[in-house]
Design a protein around this ligand. Sequence first.
Ligand code: QAP
Ligand code: CO
Length: 166
Amino acid sequence: MAILNILQYPDPRLYTVAKPVDNVDAKVKKLIDDMAETMYDAPGIGLAATQVNVHQQIIVIDTSENKKDLQVFINPRINTKVGSQDYEEGCLSVPGVYETVTRADSIVVEALDRNGKPFKIEADGLLAVCIQHEMDHLLGKVFVQYLSPLKQNRIKTKMQKMQRGR
Ligand code: QAP
Ligand code: CO
């Protein structure tokens, strides 16, 4: 396994739209294992392939307390969205920034698992937020894009200073 490099906002590669996976082969499984290792190492609760510069529809999530409940979503689709909730989100591609975003409260998601088998789950609370946040990455969208242009510019400046090392 390997720890992958996570793209840092505002890297333009984060705006790439991911393509569906057409075959869950050994290469995809290795990527999933590396993404999971990268997420646990960070540590984070969710990571999209876009963030490691692979533009395929793959997400790994673990919102459990003991970090032993990895959830893999390949080619995820949201069928149903109900209600709304505000949650203070963060992102491994935007370290040190936490802002409140409004998203659906409860969702039904269909996807393929690590073995390419279709499944369907209903999610709410933090898991629902996390799935929607990671699915945005696959569409080339970062959570700061929900904020005002002023806030986005402040975050961009902060990130660029951090990346220069001052
Ligand atoms: C997305 O985010 C998420 O700023 C996953 O310095 C976040 O794992 C979904 C992290 C919140 C729902 C709610 C962020 C680690 C991790 C940081 C993450 C940081 C170190 C973020
Ligand atoms: Co993110």
